[in-house]
Design a protein around this ligand. Structure first.
Ligand SMILES: *[C@@H]1O[C@H](CO)[C@@H](O)[C@H](O)[C@H]1NC(C)=O
Ligand SMILES: *[C@@H]1O[C@H](CO)[C@@H](O)[C@H](O)[C@H]1NC(C)=O
Ligand SMILES: *[C@@H]1O[C@H](CO)[C@@H](O)[C@H](O)[C@H]1NC(C)=O
Ligand SMILES: *[C@@H]1O[C@H](CO)[C@@H](O)[C@H](O)[C@H]1NC(C)=O
Ligand SMILES: *[C@@H]1O[C@H](CO)[C@@H](O)[C@H](O)[C@H]1NC(C)=O
Length: 434
């Protein structure tokens, strides 16, 4: 990656807010009903925010490096291969982008778990974990904690199961990390809903830097997912609104179950890839820049369960990635509309940056049955002083067999995404939640 060197010590806007010492009263508001507050990892409510301000360039590069590992991970999933991606040499701050509060055990222990729509399982670091952070779930202090035995049906649903004594253990790769965990059960409380004997992984050993420090809440739809374990309660339905990282209020929401979901919302069908049942594929058909539908070969978006190609909605990737021919077409039209005479610079993996204020066109994602027009806030990242602006999208990494388009979280902010699995559809509506 080439770094376009900038002379000014620019700070990315949200690092200003880290100076507010977490005094935001919103942080202590309890979750109600079946709705959880969603925090950005850099919000004042997050213990994972960087303690020292990081330069804007460094921050962008770190987010991109993290995305790179995630893209490789998602690509390895669709290819059906178990590839441990090469971690970047750069220190990657944190893997997850958005976190929610979950209470586990009796008495309850609070963990700030990362939301991940592209994974099924939930796992938390447990006492004795090698390679985890300082906040772990203390299994000995929970009277309702139980390891899951090797003979249990759930043990057949985890990747690479082994039998450690009588306990079902398994290994998996996540981003640039490897995780060894014991399959376990305990009560988990989400907002005010208690789920008895929830099955999750208790992390015993972790390597690499992609493992979310206090665990992962998988919102995929495979056999061991939250959705599968709470059929009666949530009926495989949830929605979220992700707050923008530049907002001062910082809390979006994750609403579980069919109650309270928006009625007026546009839908596109969810597609199912039997080889990767947890991923939320949709049919992206075309992209409009301003009023122009750009010329993209249909193969760039074609859904193919065998190769894994197509488009997924992912909560864990920060910047949208399109396969190269699609990205080039979008980017060229974007540049043309911004102004042919303006000098285009690069910043890390972004190749369309400007050092003068610009008027950008909207970009419309045209899904089957639904157009989603993204305003500037979902398309551009600005340095604090406003002197650098970049189009916040990129081509899929070319060092992997990239066939996957990923609609990422920066492009989802301030929209409600409704996952209606029983009706196989995804709803999207604008909703300012920052
Ligand atoms: C956890 O589950 C056990 C039964 O397995 C129950 O007796 C206990 O009250 C539950 N605790 C909480 C905090 O819900
Ligand atoms: C899982 O990981 C542990 C610890 O790294 C290792 O000892 C074990 O052999 C691994 N098991 C499998 C099935 O790969
Ligand atoms: C995992 O299970 C093994 C075998 O039962 C046990 O020795 C180990 O302490 C457990 N680790 C954690 C973190 O629960
Ligand atoms: C672009 O530059 C050319 C030549 O320098 C000039 O004639 C033209 O007016 C400029 N166009 C715009 C839109 O600024
Ligand atoms: C999306 O926009 C295009 C025009 O660019 C229009 O032809 C199409 O009908 C729209 N689709 C929906 C579902 O509104």
């Amino acid at each position: 990656m080439k770094l376009h060197l900038l002379s000014l010590p620019l700070l990315f806007f949200f690092f200003f807010l880290t100076l507010s010492h977490g005094l935001n009263p919103k942080c202590s508001i309890p979750d109600r009903g079946s709705t959880l507050q969603v925090f950005h990892v850099f919000s004042p409510c997050s213990p994972f925010r960087p303690s020292k301000p990081v330069s804007w360039e460094e921050n962008v590069l770190q987010m991109q490096a993290k995305d790179q590992a995630r893209l490789q991970f998602l690509s390895s999933l669709v290819a059906g291969k178990s590839v441990v991606p090469i971690a970047s040499g750069r220190q990657i701050i944190q893997s997850p982008t958005y976190i929610v509060r979950a209470k586990i055990g009796t008495p309850a222990q609070t963990m700030l778990m990362a939301m991940d729509t592209s994974n099924d399982a939930a796992w938390v670091p447990c006492t004795g974990c090698v390679g985890c952070g300082s906040t772990v779930f203390n299994t000995a202090r929970s009277s309702s904690f139980k390891p899951v035995g090797c003979q249990a049906a759930q043990c057949k649903q985890v990747p690479n199961p082994t039998c450690g004594g009588t306990t079902c253990s398994f290994n998996l790769t996540y981003g640039s990390s490897t995780v060894a965990a014991n399959l376990s059960q305990d009560n988990i409380t989400l907002a005010t809903d208690s789920i008895f004997r929830y099955t999750f992984g208790c992390i015993a050993k972790a390597t690499g830097s992609s493992v979310p420090p206090q665990g992962l809440l998988g919102l995929g739809r495979g056999p061991l997912s939250l959705l599968s374990q709470t059929q009666n309660l949530y009926q495989s339905t949830f929605s979220y609104c992700l707050p923008s990282f530049k907002s001062v209020n910082f809390a979006g929401s994750l609403r579980l179950g069919p109650i309270g979901q928006p009625k007026r919302i546009k839908y596109t069908p969810l597609l199912k890839n039997p080889r990767r049942s947890s991923l939320y594929y949709v049919n992206l058909m075309a992209i409009r820049v301003g009023r122009k539908v750009v010329d993209i070969p249909p193969t760039a978006f074609a859904f193919n369960p065998t190769t894994g190609s197509g488009t997924i909605i992912d909560s864990g990737t920060v910047f949208t990635r399109l396969v190269t021919p699609a990205y080039i077409a979008v980017r060229d039209e974007f540049r043309k509309r911004v102004g042919r005479n303006l000098t285009v610079t690069t910043l890390g993996g972004f190749d369309t940056c400007y050092s003068v204020p610009i008027v950008a066109p909207t970009i419309t994602l045209m899904f089957s049955g639904m157009n989603v027009t993204l305003p500037q806030d979902n398309l551009l990242i600005h340095s604090t002083a406003g002197s650098i602006t970049c189009l916040a999208m990129a081509a899929a990494p070319d060092n992997v067999n990239s066939v996957l388009n990923v609609i990422a979280n920066m492009q989802q902010q301030n929209h409600r995404f409704l996952f209606d699995v029983p009706n196989s559809r995804l709803g999207v509506a604008r909703e300012p939640c920052s």
